[in-house]
Design a binder for this molecule. Sequence first.
Ligand SMILES: *Cc1c(COP(=O)(O)O)cnc(C)c1O
Length: 419
Amino acid sequence: MLTSTLCKEIAGVPVADLVRQFGTPTFVYDAAMIRRRIADLSPFDTVRYAQKACSNLTILDLVRRQGALVDAVSAGEIRRALAAGFTAEGDPPPIVYTADIFDRESLDLCVEHGIAVNCGSPDMIDQLGRRKPGQGITLRINPGFGHGHSQKTNTGGKQAKHGIWHAQLSDCLRQAKPYAMDVVGLHMHIGSGTDLEHLSQVCGAMEQAAIAVGPSIRSISAGGGLPTVYRSTDSYVDLAAYFNLWDAVRRRLEQRFGHPVRLEIEPGRYLVAESGFLIAEIRAVKRQDDNTFYLLDAGFNNLARPILYGSYHPMAVAPADGNDARPEQDVIVGGPLCESGDIFTQEEGGFVVTRRLPKAAVGDWLVIGCTGAYGFVMGSNYNSKPLAAEALIDGGQARRIRRRQTFDDLIRGEEIPAS
Ligand SMILES: *Cc1c(COP(=O)(O)O)cnc(C)c1O
């Protein structure tokens, strides 16, 4: 965690060493933090990592070694899970494909490998049933309400495209019958980065839906959405209270059905957000009238959350000369892209704000904290920028887990047809 606006080291490794080893911009992850966050959730029977938050193979491998399972939302994520050592089949299923559609490749992969499927639309039931009847399925239910840290991360309610509308549950059970597909579990995920009050409403909706399905239910999933701490004024959620709410639902269902019901949780952000730091170099310090700008070699091609959602990330200056006796000033922090929205200090709606940071010069580094979730994975090649490098610090040792893209990587697959 960045606890001050000056940062000399990350997880015990000097920033200067990280820069020397990996260059900038680079995402660095702290393995111990990921392990701690997985351990926090140990009361749940299954912690299923929503890998879309950070899907580097080494992160998936680390999560797997900690005993967590994985969620995949695309063919590419299924392949990543397999490449990181998760097996296709098992009880509970190591990999679950959760989506609102099958594209042709993901359907092929699920059928071929026997990957468990969590259906987010009635069409998926037919498409899987025709190819592979007799398989148990789980249903992602849209309970009719949702909530997120931004309207864009709200995944429940009638405006959301996600899940099977709660009132269509009995239709779906009828639909699955001819294919002899039992509905063995239910799943609800109402949004990302919401609060416990909203998350808790899901419990009641889940209980009702599970009762409507009946004793074929063997597992329920609380989905993800657990908030994390981005600002010093944010507080950690009361995980024990949250678990107790879900555990009570699970126990009532067990009593009713007369058999065990497994309780899953499916966090993305919570497991990895705090572990990640984006290190960039300050390449220009310039004034526009009374505004001071720090312009970095990283932009929204590396970290899109500020431009997408107006998200706040903690920031700190890492002085290249080691001198940390620096007065603070209000600055705007931006990137190199040819787009005026390429600003890290902005609020929802694109309003540029300032941040109080130590005085810095070209050659100093800027560290952006809490970038482990929805950071690297939302990166792009806009302006023909290569994707950043990634590194993992474990036991005081930093190792590269992705090399920076090269120009050859960037143009791979492009062709100029012969005339
Ligand atoms: C995105 C997503 C998650 C994880 O959300 P977080 O807010 O990162 O915890 C979990 N489940 C599903 C189905 C998702 O789409």
